[in-house]
Design a protein. Structure first.
Length: 399
């Protein structure tokens, strides 16, 4: 049950939606792929009366500066940038912590709620709380692996930081139950660890209206662990039975050149199109809605981030009414199979090709899976997920 105070904070008199008469700040590292932290910033922008947003670039964002943007009632008031530097990754991460503190201190404002997505940003929130600029800190854990870095010393330092943050933040939002369990093992108080899964942007008007036929789509960061190479190899087999098969790739990343070389080597340039980075999320949703099947052929690994996480792109597929083909890596794979919203496979090009052919050769089966995907996604829209998470957080954080 929510406390009376939490209910008063959340209730918007003119609309049946959540609202925050609080000063809220979110800090995250941004990638080319839309994910949970982007969804949270959009939700806070729409619902928080006073919202401040800090973004730090990852290494592959070629020396882009960190930025801080201020919003009031959904409109941007002003923004500032921190100097961009060239340095090793470890130095850049430390620089990001310092930059967050500097940018926030420079505002000369106090914030009620601080969302830090990853331990570095959450640690900055803890420092700012100690300095009296933040009241409550939420650690938003969107990924985790016991072996984050190949360098043993760096990995131990990262795990130590995780434990420190888990013990000292006011609340933890874990994107999956397995991550929530790991946070409790690290010393986080059980009642303050919430499972806040990935959501879907569910837009019914797009569903099944613009299909182009025999269309596959892959959305995500182009790294080897995401398994796009397996999909490319499978297309070579599918092409033998479905000559007009097409695969659209949305995203970019460090493995992109290798993937394009593989496409050329297998002679699949007519079947596979790389769109690169698509800036507007609404454009991505439009592209997804034109497809039949969403591909998620993750490479199996006990140390993979995907093994622990709840991948946002799978929820994007479901929310766009796509049948999903996914390897047995993320926890959500079993639920997709159970609800017949897609097909779960082993990491095998033959199995992937067989699943694609089975769905595209049977129109009735494909439509049934697509309808089941929509039904599954309807139960976890981003608004529902964040509204509940905020309510539960306010219930035990005295604000």
């Amino acid at each position: 049950m929510l406390s009376l105070k939490a209910k008063k904070i959340l209730l918007r008199p003119d609309k049946n939606k959540t609202s925050f008469p609080l000063s809220v700040i979110e800090v995250h590292h941004h990638t080319f792929a839309y994910g949970a932290t982007h969804a949270l910033s959009e939700y806070l922008l729409q619902n928080a009366k006073d919202f401040t947003f800090v973004e730090h670039p990852f290494m592959h964002h070629k020396f882009r500066p960190s930025t801080i943007r201020f919003f009031y009632q959904g409109s941007q008031i002003t923004s500032k940038k921190a100097p961009a530097i060239r340095a090793p990754e470890t130095i850049l991460f430390l620089y990001n912590i310092i930059t967050t503190c500097y940018l926030v201190l420079k505002t000369r404002r106090k914030f009620d709620l601080f969302f830090g997505a990853d331990p570095l940003n959450a640690f900055a929130g803890i420092l700012l709380r100690a300095l009296g600029r933040v009241r409550k800190v939420v650690f938003y854990v969107i990924d985790y692996t016991p072996k984050r870095f190949s360098n043993t010393l760096k990995n131990k330092a990262y795990q130590l930081l995780l434990e420190v943050v888990a013990k000292h933040v006011d609340s933890i939002w874990a994107i999956s139950e397995i991550i929530a369990r790991e946070c409790r093992v690290m010393g986080a108080a059980s009642e303050r660890v919430l499972v806040v899964p990935s959501g879907a942007c569910w837009r019914k008007e797009l569903q099944m209206s613009n299909r182009k036929g025999n269309a596959l789509v892959f959305l995500g960061h182009l790294v080897e662990s995401k398994g796009l190479q397996l999909a490319i190899e499978a297309i070579q087999l599918v092409k033998l039975e479905i000559p007009d098969i097409r695969l659209t790739v949305i995203g970019t990343g460090p493995y992109e050149n290798e993937l394009k070389s593989l496409v050329c080597k297998l002679g699949l340039n007519s079947q596979i199109e790389f769109l690169g980075y698509v800036k507007n999320h609404s454009d991505i949703l439009d592209i997804l809605a034109q497809s039949d099947i969403g591909i998620a052929p993750y490479v199996p690994s006990k140390e993979s981030i995907t093994t622990y996480a709840d991948p946002a792109k799978i929820k994007e597929y479901l929310g766009s009414g796509l049948a999903v083909i996914v390897t047995c890596v993320p926890m959500v794979a079993s639920e997709i199979s159970k609800k017949q919203a897609g097909i779960t496979i082993n990491y095998s090009r033959e199995e992937l090709a067989k699943a694609i052919i089975a769905l595209l050769k049977d129109e009735k089966l494909l439509l049934a899976y697509k309808k089941n995907a929509l039904a599954m996604a309807h139960d976890f829209t981003w608004d529902q997920i964040f509204e509940l998470a905020i309510a539960r957080t306010l219930n035990f954080c005295s604000l």
